[in-house]
Design a protein around this ligand. Sequence first.
Ligand SMILES: [Zn+2]
Length: 71
Amino acid sequence: MFGARELLVLLVVIAVVWAVSRWSDRLRNAGRERRPPLDRHSVDLEECPVCHTYVLHDAPRCRRRQCPRRG
Ligand SMILES: [Zn+2]
């Protein structure tokens, strides 16, 4: 039969195994989510030839006077 100490050790072992499996699950999920979901959100970006920033296709113009964007 199990004594109280053996039972405690068993509980600790189970808790450690559970924690490690949760931790590795989270690591696997994090690695999956870190990859950019390219086909889920494809956004049209355009480079402004004056300010050289990439803005959304329908974004308003920047504050530079020569900016060709209208908005
Ligand atoms: Zn601009």
